[in-house]
Design a protein. Sequence first.
Length: 259
Amino acid sequence: MNDSVDALREAAHLDDHALAAWLATAAGERLLEVREEGLTGRELKDAGDLAAHELLMRLLAAVRPDDAVLSEEGKDDPVRLTADRVWIVDPLDGTREFSEPPRDDWAVHVALWERGELVAGAVAQPALGETFSTAAPPSVPPRTSGRPRIAVSRTRPPAFVEALAAEIDAELVPMGSAGVKVISVTRDLTDAYVHAGGQYEWDNAAPVAVARAAGLFCSRVDGSDLVYNQENVSLPDLIVCRPELAQPILDFVRRHGTD
């Protein structure tokens, strides 16, 4: 990744949407390099986390030095709680999948929170060579599947989602990273992602920013707003879906809960 003085000067003049996409793409390129270094297992996971985090922190310090940063891999600085602008990043979402080449269901998340709202975001899927962002929000096509499709974890799909699928006659589609699951809805690979197994702000801030820009419904599982840059960064549940599926999903959760 070229972070020369000229490249950084040019990046500093990008608007926030384009900058989020540039940052996520750059970190993704760095992760692809790490994947080629011959590491395996835990060493590969740790190397990927560290390399992407350090790059994002260096780039943000250079191009947006006055902004605060909340990163999964960094120490939480309480200055963000009084800042007007906070970048919320997950340098490597889907570490398990990243460590299992040639899997492509892992991602880089970069979002910008400003004065109470997510205002920009990007999700890079480096192994696909794609970055989805609010700079050019995906245009979600009409649904191509007769049955609704719900993205779920490939290793631990929640039991309540299986019950939801049975009620609305949906198909479960297993995949890795939380960001990949959300973006799969914008890509018409799935129609919903419903999660209640525990996440943090960095797991879904950037994907939610992109999904909202694409016109998808996004909320907590009880229908309340997703709120970011909180003192407690736990954000354990969410729904991202096509608007026509929101009410059936919310009705199911109200009646049955998520246990």
